[in-house]
Ligand binder design. Sequence first.
Ligand code: HEM
Length: 510
Amino acid sequence: MIHMKQDFQGMPFATTVALGGLSLLVYFFIRGFISNRRGGLAKLPPPPVVPGLPLIGNLLQLKEKKPYKTFTKWAEIYGPIYSIRTGASTVIVLNSVDVAKEAMVTRFSSISTRKLPKALKILTFDKCMVATSDYNGFHKMVKQYILASVLGVNAQKRHRCHRDTMIENISNQLHAYVKSCPLQAINFRKLFDSEIFGLALKEALGKEVESIYVEELSTTLSKEEIFKVLVLEPMKGAIEVDWRDFFPYLRWIPNKTMDMKMQRMTFCRQAVMKALIKEQKKRIAMGEEINCHLDQLLSQAKTLTEEQIVMLLWEVIIETSDTTSITTEWAMYEIAKDPNRQDRLCREIQNVCGSDRIKEENLSKLPYLSAVFHETLRKHSPVPIIPLRYAHEDTQLGGYSIPTGSEIAINIYGCNMDKKQWERPEEWKPERFLEEKYDSMDLYKTMAFGGGKRVCAGSLQAMLISCTAIGRLVQEFEWKLKDGEEENVDCSGLTSHKLHPIQAILKPRD
Ligand code: HEM
């Protein structure tokens, strides 16, 4: 500090004047820039408003738990960007690829923060996961960890054996079922979920378990019960609606039913996760190291707390177990419904693989299989709305001004059903991805994986598992829907789960 003062005093007068002049210029330039920007924004109109009721806004119009469908209908009336009110909050809803990309890429710095409802806040231990954290130092650190030990290209190469085992197990169980109960419909989801959950446990903790004693619950849980506590119940809990989310000024009023339910759910989840981790720590103490997220976090992430480690491991389990299974089930539903396209896919696989079983190495030579995957993601977007973001400063989107404090809902389902972008969007038509305008390597064309800096970190794993599974299931069996199953197209949940598990009749191919 003293040196600086001396240096300044020692400056020639002319230099001081020149520097002073320069500072003034810079000052006026910045002021002009800011006021232009504000003026520019002020001149922009606000987005169209969907009319609602005083106080509650549009809440009544959204009371069924599939807001993405209502948002998409509104887009036909109010355009690709409009604003709604959910109680005290203003939500800007984006329904086209252009405005969604603008939000995720161009204006990312103004809307990079997450806004979570109370249920998700409790479930995620206040944003303590890669997918739900704000874009900050914690996010960058934990994203690097998950990529290095589970989801990045090299980590995926190391976990290849688990994926191969999973596909082999599914195929064997289907053959066994078809042999013992020929022409009887099978609940494919139950089988697939159990196998992918096993894979998730191996990636997160190193080993699969068939049962575990949970001290805090004084009981032993089977693998199916562990799946329920770690995956099914939290996914249900994530869409619990707490009216206090919409009226923050009433937050002081207790909502005991909701609070107790969420507390019980998180308590059980933590208890099971801790029991699973304890078991694996015994393995590590005995000198058995495995290439998995737990071992990596324990050896590298010295600054993380025990609770944070639990949440980051649970993240791998829940994200691996849910969306990939949804995509594969919807793909099999569409394939089973459409014998011509099923034949086309089967012939493509036969031409490339001959009598060998399809492997991950073959995927790049199977454009129709890739098209089936992308078309399924488009029509049945597993994450229909990106977890809400929040404008922490004034910004603009689609030529409209967006004030600080607005919540931003990116309606991926709406983008993928946009009639201006997709011809007959309601039809499942994989051929559309064989047209030249789509690059087969472009994962973002359906927006299913989001985009920009927060793009899905698990897209490679999802693609590898889902494409190999779909290919193998079609290569080995002829799929046909059980009578009446065609109509079962309802979905439920935060992710677009098929409401009724697919019921298909399988016939082994010769
Ligand atoms: C078909 C399957 C999947 C779909 C459609 C999907 C979709 C998405 C979407 C829409 C986002 C939010 C992007 C955003 O906020 O802009 C996301 C984020 C994320 N996904 Fe996936 N996902 C899938 C599979 C997976 C899998 C298997 C994992 C494995 C653990 C995974 C891990 C993540 C993570 C860690 C993030 C957060 C990335 C970040 O915030 O930086 N996803 N995913």
